[in-house]
Write a protein of this length. Structure first.
Length: 262
């Protein structure tokens, strides 16, 4: 097994920049157009072969695992055949069975494009949530039919005339109890209730249990992880895993969009 680190005069901890710099230096030194020596072409091919492996993060990771697990081989003395014209047939190298981690890395590399697509779509979706929250809300008029304390005790669930229920604080429920007409402000696109307003006294209270209320951190978390997944370009394993995380966060966000109805 060739030692590509030795060919490029590097150690196993060399960075990507150091690998590229060493390759460029050796490529210029042994390029057949610039170096007329007979062995320059063979060295140039080995330098290219080494850089093709060490310059690719996935192939480098697999090569490092193989290098650590490679057994030391003792070179046997070359035995001369009695026939000077005899040429031994080249033996095909025995393929090494990839380890479980190498198989996982290969699977991740093959499906990385789908993980990146998920991160980009969730980034777009989080931007839609931000726009929905930022646009002027839509106001409708309704009435409070009944109110009931929730299991937490610090908030009340108001049942509105249109059949919807919203959660507000105890103080908000007390001030809206006698209101004949209630103005409810909803987001422009997803119709998430944000604010309740007494049409007579103009008293306002926020709707607690919603994705833009107590769970406002969730769209922010989705935005941050989507940005990382869409624009961080190093590491196949990390980018694949962050794509899976973004998919799970997206599915949970769909649940939180409906949580104000619970």
């Amino acid at each position: 097994m060739k030692n590509y680190y030795f060919i490029l005069s590097l150690n196993i901890y060399a960075t990507e920049g150091e690998t590229k710099q060493a390759y460029r230096k050796l490529a210029l030194q042994f390029h057949p157009d610039k170096n007329p020596s007979p062995e320059a072409e063979a060295i140039f091919k080995e330098v290219n072969e080494a850089y093709e492996v060490l310059g690719d993060p996935l192939r480098k990771a697999i090569y490092d695992q193989m290098l650590k697990g490679a057994e030391a081989q003792v070179e046997e003395p070359v035995r001369k055949h009695r026939d000077p014209q005899y040429r031994p047939r080249p033996q095909a190298p025995t393929p090494k069975r990839p380890s479980h981690r190498e198989e996982i890395l290969s699977m991740m590399a093959a499906n990385l494009q789908y993980a990146l697509m998920i991160s980009r779509l969730t980034l777009l979706f989080s931007m839609v949530l931000i726009a929905d929250y930022s646009l002027p809300p839509v106001k409708t008029i309704t009435e409070v039919v009944s109110e009931n304390p929730t299991d937490r005790g610090s908030s009340y669930k108001l049942e509105l005339l249109d059949g919807e229920t919203v959660n507000v604080t105890r103080e908000g429920a007390r001030n809206l109890r006698e209101a004949n007409r209630i103005g409810i402000y909803r987001t422009a696109w997803f119709s998430i209730p944000l604010i309740l307003e007494d049409e007579v006294t103009h008293y306002r209270t926020d709707v607690e249990l919603s994705i833009y209320g107590n769970f406002i951190f969730w769209p922010i978390l989705l935005l941050l992880t989507s940005l990382v997944g869409a624009f961080y370009w190093k590491g196949v394993e990390f980018r694949f895993n962050i794509g899976i995380v973004n998919l799970l966060l997206f599915l949970l966000t769909l649940v939180f969009l409906q949580i104000h109805k619970f």
